[in-house]
Design a protein around this ligand. Sequence first.
Ligand code: ZN
Length: 470
Amino acid sequence: MEGAVVSEAPDRDGGRVGRAIHAFVAELYPICRSITGDGVRRTLRLIQREVPLAIHEVPTGTRVFDWEVPPEWNIRRASVRDRHGRVLVDFADHNLHLVSYSEPVRATLDADDLRAHLHTLPDHPDWIPYRTSYYSRTWGFCLRHRDLGALADGPYDVLVDSSLARGSLTYGEAVITGTTRDEVLLFAHCCHPSLANDNTSGMAVATWLARWLASEPRRFTYRVVFAPGTIGSLCWLQRNERRLSRVRHGLVLALLGDPSALTYKQTPSGRAEIDDIARYVLAEPPRAGRVIPFEPYGYDERQLCSPGFDLPVGRLTRAVNGGYPEYHSSADDLALVTPERLAQSLEACRRIVDVIEGNGRYRNLSPKGEPRLGARGLYGSVGGREPKTRERAMLWTLSRSMGETSLLDIAVQSGLGFDAVRDAARDLERARLLRAVAAAPSAERAATRRPRPARRPRSRRTSRTTRSAR
Ligand code: ZN
């Protein structure tokens, strides 16, 4: 890739790309997703329309580390009506009205018994809360607090026409093959129902990022995974455990359309290369993003960075999870996410990829004194860059390239900017003054690497895997 990667700078309403991502968010938003079920499959099929996506099914009951794939949940209808047939709450009006994973029920209850199954947000009486009950069997409805006032003594007819049955958990994976086996892992959770920021924004930005990644040759292989939170990422980790040593960098993508500043959440050590790259990119004007330390709370970085995997994965986000008032409520809707912010989030992702692709370590092949740049035609304005900047970038790169210091480190130390240093390294490599040093796991990762566990016989894979090449 040449130069900066921002080919479609977002204008005031996000430009063409921002509008396209927002339209995709709007298409995903109404689907009732959960950690299993047809809502996830419908979502993945929409993503598959945009990028080649392999869709994997993991059967109910599969042991996944300390967890187990639960029964598959699907929902047809759910409502609460009074004795006159008047509707108190109806799933057909908003899919947040039903507690996700509600077990089937058909019962007549008085108001007090019903109340134990109702959830509201008294501080936000016009918002419907989002509630789940994946691992304990129950049922419940979520409604606007102001509608609770209409609750008379009853009786009420409760209907939850759902199924909890043997089936499978579904996740999708797009692989964009690069020229090396080193991998970049990108993860978006796909298990929330009608919540726009959390996480249709992440799915949509990841989809558009994958489209862009596939549009030109890459050095790294990119693996873009759309999986239900926690249990889905654990399924992916279990099935890909032997491949994890190839992962050089990773990002969890979530909450990318809300008004907060772009935010990078570090890896547990804060010392992975992706930490340096994201810090650099978020500080580039006009982004003015922020960097926050790791904590073992959040999205799938919880699993990917757990000590048994210890992957160099950070998170690109805007609001910190739970850190915006509309979080996990019906107010996390299509108005909260804007084309402009979605486009900015995508652009930050692209820039991170740009630096990942261009970064590296080099060895100066003529380290005794300065080599004669003029004799090699390396002085002067080539490539449209200011001659002074180009020369300084070459001198900096030669001076710091002993195989240890990355181009990004040189860019930061020199203040010249990453693109100038990367282009200088390319020119010097062409002039046989520099040689790339093979990428090695970072010292920090090498130091913390555990001995490989003895290989166990692989359990028979019983799942169906459907693959579609678009
Ligand atoms: Zn959430």
